[in-house]
Design a protein around this ligand. Structure first.
Ligand code: ADP
Ligand code: MG
Length: 231
Protein backbone atom coordinates (compact mmCIF):
# COMPACT_ATOMS: atom_id res chain seq x y z
CA UNK A 1 0.00 0.00 0.00
CA UNK A 2 1.14 3.57 -0.65
CA UNK A 3 2.44 5.52 2.33
CA UNK A 4 -0.38 7.01 4.38
CA UNK A 5 -0.59 10.79 4.22
CA UNK A 6 -0.38 10.97 8.01
CA UNK A 7 1.00 8.46 10.50
CA UNK A 8 1.41 9.19 14.20
CA UNK A 9 3.22 6.67 16.42
CA UNK A 10 3.50 6.77 20.23
CA UNK A 11 3.36 10.55 20.36
CA UNK A 12 3.48 12.46 23.65
CA UNK A 13 3.55 16.21 24.20
CA UNK A 14 3.29 18.46 27.22
CA UNK A 15 2.89 22.23 27.14
CA UNK A 16 5.60 23.75 29.26
CA UNK A 17 4.81 26.43 31.81
CA UNK A 18 1.80 26.67 34.03
CA UNK A 19 -0.85 24.94 31.93
CA UNK A 20 0.68 21.45 32.36
CA UNK A 21 -1.64 20.09 29.70
CA UNK A 22 -0.41 16.88 28.09
CA UNK A 23 -1.63 14.85 25.14
CA UNK A 24 -0.61 11.34 24.00
CA UNK A 25 -1.60 9.60 20.77
CA UNK A 26 -0.50 5.98 20.37
CA UNK A 27 -1.56 5.55 16.77
CA UNK A 28 -3.39 7.65 14.18
CA UNK A 29 -3.28 7.10 10.42
CA UNK A 30 -4.96 8.92 7.54
CA UNK A 31 -4.90 7.34 4.08
CA UNK A 32 -4.44 9.13 0.79
CA UNK A 33 -7.71 10.72 -0.31
CA UNK A 34 -9.41 10.09 3.03
CA UNK A 35 -11.49 12.76 4.78
CA UNK A 36 -11.52 12.58 8.58
CA UNK A 37 -13.51 14.67 11.06
CA UNK A 38 -11.93 14.99 14.52
CA UNK A 39 -14.50 15.82 17.19
CA UNK A 40 -13.78 16.93 20.73
CA UNK A 41 -14.91 19.42 23.30
CA UNK A 42 -13.23 22.77 23.79
CA UNK A 43 -9.91 22.42 25.59
CA UNK A 44 -9.47 18.74 24.72
CA UNK A 45 -6.24 19.38 22.82
CA UNK A 46 -7.49 19.38 19.23
CA UNK A 47 -5.54 22.46 18.15
CA UNK A 48 -2.47 21.17 20.00
CA UNK A 49 -2.69 17.92 18.03
CA UNK A 50 -3.01 19.83 14.73
CA UNK A 51 0.10 21.88 15.61
CA UNK A 52 1.98 18.63 16.23
CA UNK A 53 0.81 17.27 12.87
CA UNK A 54 1.86 20.48 11.09
CA UNK A 55 5.20 20.44 12.88
CA UNK A 56 4.83 23.91 14.37
CA UNK A 57 5.47 22.20 17.71
CA UNK A 58 7.52 19.03 18.18
CA UNK A 59 6.50 15.96 20.20
CA UNK A 60 8.50 15.15 23.35
CA UNK A 61 8.50 11.50 22.26
CA UNK A 62 7.16 9.57 19.28
CA UNK A 63 6.88 10.45 15.60
CA UNK A 64 4.69 12.30 13.13
CA UNK A 65 5.16 11.20 9.52
CA UNK A 66 3.70 13.07 6.57
CA UNK A 67 3.67 11.21 3.24
CA UNK A 68 6.24 8.77 4.64
CA UNK A 69 8.67 11.37 6.02
CA UNK A 70 9.23 11.69 9.77
CA UNK A 71 8.96 15.43 10.37
CA UNK A 72 9.89 15.08 14.02
CA UNK A 73 13.49 14.38 12.97
CA UNK A 74 13.81 17.50 10.82
CA UNK A 75 15.38 20.82 11.77
CA UNK A 76 13.16 23.89 12.00
CA UNK A 77 13.88 25.37 8.56
CA UNK A 78 13.48 22.05 6.77
CA UNK A 79 10.24 21.41 8.65
CA UNK A 80 8.85 24.83 7.62
CA UNK A 81 9.66 24.14 3.97
CA UNK A 82 8.26 20.61 4.16
CA UNK A 83 5.01 21.91 5.71
CA UNK A 84 4.65 24.52 2.97
CA UNK A 85 5.05 21.79 0.31
CA UNK A 86 2.84 19.12 1.84
CA UNK A 87 0.14 20.72 3.98
CA UNK A 88 -2.57 23.27 3.25
CA UNK A 89 -3.72 24.82 6.52
CA UNK A 90 -7.05 26.54 7.19
CA UNK A 91 -6.90 28.28 10.55
CA UNK A 92 -9.82 28.97 12.84
CA UNK A 93 -9.41 32.74 12.44
CA UNK A 94 -8.28 32.34 8.79
CA UNK A 95 -4.99 34.24 9.58
CA UNK A 96 -5.07 36.24 6.34
CA UNK A 97 -2.37 38.88 5.85
CA UNK A 98 -4.31 42.05 6.67
CA UNK A 99 -2.44 44.34 4.28
CA UNK A 100 -2.12 41.81 1.47
CA UNK A 101 -4.50 41.52 -1.45
CA UNK A 102 -6.60 38.41 -2.00
CA UNK A 103 -4.06 37.31 -4.63
CA UNK A 104 -1.11 37.90 -2.23
CA UNK A 105 -2.80 35.76 0.38
CA UNK A 106 -3.61 32.89 -1.95
CA UNK A 107 -0.12 32.83 -3.46
CA UNK A 108 1.70 33.03 -0.11
CA UNK A 109 2.27 29.29 0.48
CA UNK A 110 3.91 28.93 -2.95
CA UNK A 111 6.64 31.37 -1.99
CA UNK A 112 8.44 28.82 0.19
CA UNK A 113 7.44 25.69 -1.72
CA UNK A 114 9.04 25.30 -5.16
CA UNK A 115 7.46 21.88 -5.86
CA UNK A 116 4.02 23.13 -4.93
CA UNK A 117 4.58 26.20 -7.09
CA UNK A 118 5.45 23.92 -9.99
CA UNK A 119 2.30 21.85 -9.44
CA UNK A 120 0.25 25.06 -9.49
CA UNK A 121 1.46 25.81 -13.04
CA UNK A 122 0.89 29.49 -13.80
CA UNK A 123 0.35 30.64 -10.22
CA UNK A 124 -1.71 33.74 -11.02
CA UNK A 125 -4.01 31.69 -13.28
CA UNK A 126 -4.31 29.00 -10.62
CA UNK A 127 -5.34 31.59 -8.02
CA UNK A 128 -7.92 33.10 -10.38
CA UNK A 129 -9.34 29.68 -11.24
CA UNK A 130 -9.63 28.72 -7.57
CA UNK A 131 -11.40 31.99 -6.82
CA UNK A 132 -13.95 31.43 -9.52
CA UNK A 133 -14.47 27.78 -8.47
CA UNK A 134 -15.01 29.00 -4.90
CA UNK A 135 -17.45 31.70 -5.97
CA UNK A 136 -15.26 34.73 -5.31
CA UNK A 137 -15.92 37.46 -7.88
CA UNK A 138 -12.95 38.02 -10.24
CA UNK A 139 -12.77 41.68 -9.16
CA UNK A 140 -11.85 40.67 -5.60
CA UNK A 141 -8.33 39.46 -6.51
CA UNK A 142 -6.85 42.92 -5.90
CA UNK A 143 -9.01 43.77 -2.87
CA UNK A 144 -7.47 43.83 0.62
CA UNK A 145 -8.31 40.50 2.20
CA UNK A 146 -9.69 42.12 5.33
CA UNK A 147 -12.08 44.28 3.27
CA UNK A 148 -14.05 41.12 2.39
CA UNK A 149 -16.99 39.64 4.23
CA UNK A 150 -16.30 36.79 6.64
CA UNK A 151 -17.71 34.27 4.14
CA UNK A 152 -15.42 35.62 1.41
CA UNK A 153 -12.39 35.62 3.72
CA UNK A 154 -13.12 31.99 4.43
CA UNK A 155 -13.05 31.21 0.71
CA UNK A 156 -9.71 32.99 0.41
CA UNK A 157 -8.41 30.82 3.26
CA UNK A 158 -9.62 27.71 1.40
CA UNK A 159 -8.02 28.84 -1.88
CA UNK A 160 -4.73 29.47 -0.04
CA UNK A 161 -4.82 25.97 1.44
CA UNK A 162 -5.68 24.30 -1.88
CA UNK A 163 -3.37 26.10 -4.30
CA UNK A 164 -0.69 23.79 -5.72
CA UNK A 165 -2.58 20.71 -4.47
CA UNK A 166 -0.85 19.76 -1.20
CA UNK A 167 -1.67 16.12 -0.37
CA UNK A 168 -3.03 16.99 3.09
CA UNK A 169 -5.43 19.75 4.17
CA UNK A 170 -5.65 20.55 7.88
CA UNK A 171 -8.62 22.68 8.98
CA UNK A 172 -9.17 23.88 12.55
CA UNK A 173 -12.88 24.55 13.18
CA UNK A 174 -13.21 26.50 9.91
CA UNK A 175 -17.02 26.53 10.07
CA UNK A 176 -17.53 27.42 13.71
CA UNK A 177 -18.69 30.98 12.89
CA UNK A 178 -21.15 29.87 10.18
CA UNK A 179 -24.85 28.97 10.20
CA UNK A 180 -25.89 25.48 9.03
CA UNK A 181 -26.52 26.46 5.38
CA UNK A 182 -23.18 28.24 5.06
CA UNK A 183 -21.43 25.28 6.72
CA UNK A 184 -22.90 22.92 4.12
CA UNK A 185 -21.92 25.24 1.27
CA UNK A 186 -18.39 25.54 2.67
CA UNK A 187 -17.98 21.76 2.82
CA UNK A 188 -19.42 21.38 -0.71
CA UNK A 189 -16.74 23.71 -2.08
CA UNK A 190 -13.93 22.10 -0.12
CA UNK A 191 -14.86 18.51 -1.01
CA UNK A 192 -15.40 19.35 -4.69
CA UNK A 193 -11.90 20.83 -4.95
CA UNK A 194 -10.30 17.97 -3.04
CA UNK A 195 -11.97 15.17 -5.00
CA UNK A 196 -10.20 16.05 -8.23
CA UNK A 197 -6.76 15.61 -6.64
CA UNK A 198 -7.22 12.74 -4.18
CA UNK A 199 -6.48 15.15 -1.35
CA UNK A 200 -6.74 14.06 2.28
CA UNK A 201 -8.51 16.20 4.86
CA UNK A 202 -8.27 16.32 8.63
CA UNK A 203 -10.84 18.76 9.95
CA UNK A 204 -11.51 19.60 13.58
CA UNK A 205 -14.94 20.52 14.86
CA UNK A 206 -17.09 20.28 17.93
CA UNK A 207 -20.19 19.78 15.74
CA UNK A 208 -21.02 16.05 15.30
CA UNK A 209 -23.69 16.88 12.68
CA UNK A 210 -20.91 17.42 10.13
CA UNK A 211 -19.84 13.78 10.47
CA UNK A 212 -21.99 12.29 7.71
CA UNK A 213 -20.02 14.22 5.08
CA UNK A 214 -16.71 12.55 6.02
CA UNK A 215 -15.21 9.12 5.30
CA UNK A 216 -14.45 8.69 8.99
CA UNK A 217 -15.26 10.40 12.27
CA UNK A 218 -12.87 10.12 15.21
CA UNK A 219 -13.24 11.48 18.72
CA UNK A 220 -10.48 13.08 20.70
CA UNK A 221 -11.28 10.88 23.72
CA UNK A 222 -10.82 7.74 21.58
CA UNK A 223 -7.57 8.68 19.82
CA UNK A 224 -5.83 10.67 22.56
CA UNK A 225 -5.12 10.50 26.25
CA UNK A 226 -5.07 13.95 27.80
CA UNK A 227 -4.11 15.14 31.25
CA UNK A 228 -4.68 18.53 32.82
CA UNK A 229 -3.09 19.88 35.94
CA UNK A 230 -5.56 19.80 38.82
CA UNK A 231 -5.55 23.41 39.98
P1 ADP B 1 -8.88 22.67 21.74
O1 ADP B 1 -8.35 23.06 20.42
O2 ADP B 1 -9.42 21.27 21.77
O3 ADP B 1 -9.87 23.64 22.29
P2 ADP B 1 -6.20 23.30 22.67
O4 ADP B 1 -5.27 22.33 22.05
O5 ADP B 1 -6.25 24.65 22.09
O6 ADP B 1 -7.65 22.64 22.79
O7 ADP B 1 -5.80 23.50 24.20
C1 ADP B 1 -5.74 22.43 25.14
C2 ADP B 1 -4.94 22.90 26.34
O8 ADP B 1 -3.58 23.04 25.97
C3 ADP B 1 -5.34 24.26 26.87
O9 ADP B 1 -6.36 24.15 27.82
C4 ADP B 1 -4.06 24.76 27.48
O10 ADP B 1 -3.93 24.25 28.80
C5 ADP B 1 -2.97 24.11 26.67
N1 ADP B 1 -2.41 25.05 25.68
C6 ADP B 1 -2.87 25.30 24.42
N2 ADP B 1 -2.10 26.19 23.78
C7 ADP B 1 -1.11 26.53 24.64
C8 ADP B 1 0.02 27.41 24.58
N3 ADP B 1 0.29 28.12 23.48
N4 ADP B 1 0.81 27.49 25.66
C9 ADP B 1 0.58 26.77 26.80
N5 ADP B 1 -0.47 25.93 26.92
C10 ADP B 1 -1.31 25.80 25.86
MG1 MG C 1 -8.87 24.65 19.15
Amino acid sequence: MADPVLQICDLAYQWSGRSAFSVAVADLTIAKGESVLLLGESGSGKSTLLSLICGTILPDTGTVSIAGTNISAMGGGARDRFRAEQIGVIFQQFNLLPFGSVADNILLPLRFAPKRRKRAGDAADAATNLCSALGLPAGTMDAKATALSVGQQQRVAVARALIGHPPLIIADEPTSALDADSQAAFLDLLFAQMASHDTSLLMVSHDPRLGERFDRVIRMEDVAQIERATA
